[in-house]
Design a protein around this ligand. Structure first.
Ligand code: NAD
Ligand code: UDX
Length: 459
């Protein structure tokens, strides 16, 4: 099929950057990203590029180059679906918060609504591409909805999971390790492969069956998250044995079978994907009665929760077993640097624990707004909105956030934190002045020379 028009349903962290790059690399194809969220679409269309709803290095430049030429953001979903030969479904698939599978299974209601929407309005043949991360065998459900419309429109379904990481999305898209396309129809697979082939070498475009493609995405995330839980498990052992987790990571990472990436011990992984996708994998395994498989992967999450908890426990015990009424300065709220995304950020859970111990929290993050921080805490439902407002103050300047603080907790590895005038910060803090470096970004010797009581993960 010749593709001249693409529609992407879902203008989020995946739909936005992915389609912007497809549009940049295929100037002859019109790409329209649609969403039910009118505010989000308005922000994507904002003349002021600093107001785009998603912060990713390099993204604003691509949007500036393509928007209004062959990249469009719209709320006219039906019109865009019918005008396109290829439709990407890139909507959210969060963990279910109700009913069967609550807290474990992926909630597929948004995906199903997209399939029904496509079935309703399509008058010409379409290739429907699953871009969202989906449980293995979801394509079957989508197909069943699409083929039972009674019309003679022909639908082909492809799985094309996205492997970008936030903060490096544009680079990951421009130079992917691989592009994965799963499908039944060679014609449909090649129509999509041709779009990627505009910039991705053929040998990096993998073709598989649909089920392998769906399951590969969950498996990749599970393996990546497992590495972090593995090094975090070792970090706790290091803290009891005078081994250094950085030295251990370096030593094992030089083994080419293990490799050096993704071995940074931390306060625990966050983000919208790892936890959700592993819980989903665990749920699927249990649904086939594969309890040993499910228990194995669940442990990755259990260890991650433990890592977040032991960070706040250590902070409290070091501050003489109480943080009640004390000011804790938090640097960073995003789940990693170079993104404004806070979904499942460890900062939220550490803050919530400290608030339950009656701490006062002062936060600075270069990209996360006060309202986002408040809504993250309110979502947990641990205390009232008013209490969260009273106990958590947000600053747009780090030095003020840390003034008179009893301790600094580093939650995100933003580069700018390394270059602060730490002597000035020390002078403005209560003594003894503590740093809890949840990202191992500061130098212990430098900090102790200034006078800080410094502790990090796994040392
Ligand atoms: P997101 O929440 O940022 O964006 C999803 C968008 O879909 C929202 O703007 C929402 O309003 C819209 N939407 C939902 N239902 C809709 C409907 N029926 N019609 C029109 N719009 C609708 O989510 P995201 O982070 O972009 O993730 C999307 C998918 O990609 C998920 O399955 C996720 O697991 C997967 N994924 C995410 C990442 C990542 O780094 N965020 C990476 C790889 C894969
Ligand atoms: C992840 C996958 O990397 C990506 O391929 C997939 O498409 C979506 O999920 P993302 O969650 O955006 O991407 O970021 P990632 O870089 O994987 O980091 C996830 C979390 O792990 C962050 O909180 C990060 O700080 C943490 N992390 C990562 C560590 O604690 N240590 C590491 O060594 C690496």
């Amino acid at each position: 099929m010749n593709i001249n028009n693409i529609c992407c349903i879902g203008a989020g962290y995946v739909g936005g950057p992915t389609m912007a790059v497809i549009a940049k690399m295929n100037p002859d194809i019109n790409v329209t990203i649609v969403d039910i969220n009118t505010d989000r679409i308005a922000a994507w269309n904002d003349k002021d590029l600093s107001k785009l709803p998603i912060y990713e290095p390099g993204l604003a430049e691509i949007v500036e180059e393509t928007r209004g030429k062959n990249l469009f953001f719209s709320t006219e979903i039906d019109k865009s679906i019918d005008a396109s030969e290829m439709i990407f479904i890139s909507v959210n698939t969060p963990t279910k918060t109700y009913g069967k599978g609550k807290g474990m299974a992926a909630d597929l209601k948004f995906v199903e609504l997209c399939a029904r929407n496509i079935a309703e309005v399509a008058t010409t043949d379409k290739i429907v591409v699953e871009k969202s991360t989906l449980p293995v065998r979801t394509a079957q459900a989508i197909k069943s909805i699409l083929v039972n419309t009674g019309s003679d429109v022909n639908f082909q379904i492809l799985s094309n999971p996205e492997f970008l990481a936030e903060g490096t999305a544009v680079q990951d898209l421009l130079n992917p390790d691989r592009v994965l396309i799963g499908g039944e129809s060679d014609d449909a697979i090649e129509s999509l492969a041709k779009i990627y082939a505009s910039w991705v070498p053929q040998e990096k475009i993998l073709r598989t069956n649909v089920w392998s493609s769906e399951l590969s995405k969950l498996t990749a995330n599970a393996f990546l998250a497992q590495r972090i839980s593995s090094i975090n498990a070792i970090s706790e052992l290091c803290e009891h044995t005078e081994a250094s987790v950085s030295e251990v990571a370096r030593a094992i990472g030089m083994d080419s079978r293990i490799g050096p990436k993704f071995l940074n011990a931390s306060i625990g992984f966050g983000g919208s994907c790892f936890q959700k996708d592993i819980l989903n994998l665990v749920y699927i395994a249990r649904s086939y009665n594969l309890n040993a498989v499910a228990d194995y992967w669940e442990q990755v999450i259990i260890l991650n929760d433990h890592q977040k908890r032991r960070f706040s426990d250590k902070l409290i015990s070091t501050l003489y077993n109480t943080v009640s009424g004390k000011k804790i300065g938090m640097l960073g709220w995003a789940f990693k640097k170079d993104t404004n995304d806070t979904r499942e950020s460890a900062a939220i859970y550490v803050a919530d624990h400290l608030l339950s111990e009656q701490a006062n929290i002062a936060v600075y993050d270069p990209k996360v707004s006060k309202s986002k921080m408040q809504s993250d805490l309110n979502y947990l439902n641990t205390r009232s909105k008013e209490e969260n407002e009273a106990l958590v103050k947000t600053y747009d300047e780090p030095y003020k956030a840390l003034q008179d603080a009893h301790a600094v907790a580093i939650m995100t590895e933003w580069d700018e934190f390394k270059t602060y005038d730490w002597k000035q910060i020390f002078d403005s803090m209560k003594k003894p002045a503590f740093i809890f470096d949840g990202r191992n970004i500061l130098d212990k010797n430098d900090m102790t020379k200034i006078g800080f009581e410094y502790s990090s993960i796994g040392h």
